[in-house]
Design a protein around this ligand. Sequence first.
Ligand code: AMP
Ligand code: MG
Length: 415
Amino acid sequence: MNYLSVSDAQEVIFKHIHMQKSEYLSLHASLNRILAEDVISNRNHPPYDVSAMDGYAVRFDDVKNAIPEQPVRLHVVDDIRAGNMPNIKVLQGRAARIMTGAPTPQGVDTVIRCEDTQDDGNDVLILTSPKQGANIRPMGENLMDGKIVLNQGTLITPSVLAILAMVKQKKVRVFAQPTVAILSSGDELEGLDEAVDDNKIPDANSHALYAQCKALGIEPTLLGIARDNPIELRAKLAQGLKYDVLLASGGVSVGHHDFMRPTLDALGITMHFWRVAMRPGHPLAFGTTEHGTAVFGLPGNPVSSMVCFEQFVSPALRQMMGHKKIFRRTIQARLGQDLKDRTGRAHFVRVSLEKDIKGDYVAYSTGSQGSGILMSMAVAQGFVVVPEYSDGLREGDGVQVQLLQGMDFQEGMDV
Ligand code: AMP
Ligand code: MG
């Protein structure tokens, strides 16, 4: 059976998944989605040349020699506020008082800000002159009627949402979110609502995967726990095939009670691979149905399941949702210790980050890297990958740290 490198496995996944269809959402509901079409402006903004400052609209020629010792005196002929149209042309030797955002009157080409003027009855004294054209926002500077203002594929951030509002997109065409089902499997698993039983293992994966989906903006459905028997597993998996993506954890290895493999086969799912050369996360299955459901068989160990989600499921979901950036950010750091590894598989080591006196990041292992140890995952800020064919990395080596979720805020980075 195929035994793929991490990047080869990602390639296989990207080749077999489908972009989501698009849907119309109300403006506010479109936040954090991806635009499924170009958006064209239906207006000029500003609609005409407007002042960028509270001040005086003037003819540059009149004021170009103004200095505090020799101010230029102009007669004030108008007072223009935002939203009002000026009706007087400003002639030589004259000025109009103007507010930020108010249209500039005919005849002027420059605005002098209040701070550089002095009122004198019906006149104003101009104390200094900026460049010609200063403090005027030209018509269409922000948005040009008929021009594309936002491209398909744009992530709808708060500022993008504001632009959509300005061009009156009450409904926005975005890529749909994939529907995701989550299933845990194992006789030993104890559900969240079950009483504590010392002979059982609490189901962590359903909840870790739920949270990882939520962090991508997806509300997944929990299908619960399937026991290790082919009939129950098949019924639950069949339920999951109604979704765009099915995440089933546990039972993927080759143990006696690992029924995932034959059951997925029996359901007619085309399996593209079963194993990836990585640690944690060695048993990882990926398949697709003819209806386009993508099925991930994730390892049972909670850290393995989470790491596989990060490396494979998250980029796949983001690609399906139309994101252009599908991988998490990496930062350059230096290793604070040796990381030994001779397994011949890519090792995703959980690390925390510190800053040295020069401000460079130094990465340290968060402790025991066992695939069931969630604690060393919970305190991690990212992963360092010890490459597949290396016997480890040395203290002082430069590495890329793949940041985990939530590390984009400064306080998350500074430990
Ligand atoms: P498996 O892949 O089914 O062989 O499981 C590997 C290990 O992960 C076993 O120790 C399981 O008890 C554990 N495990 C499997 N599923 C879960 C789960 N949903 N939550 C926590 N641990 C699990
Ligand atoms: Mg099991």
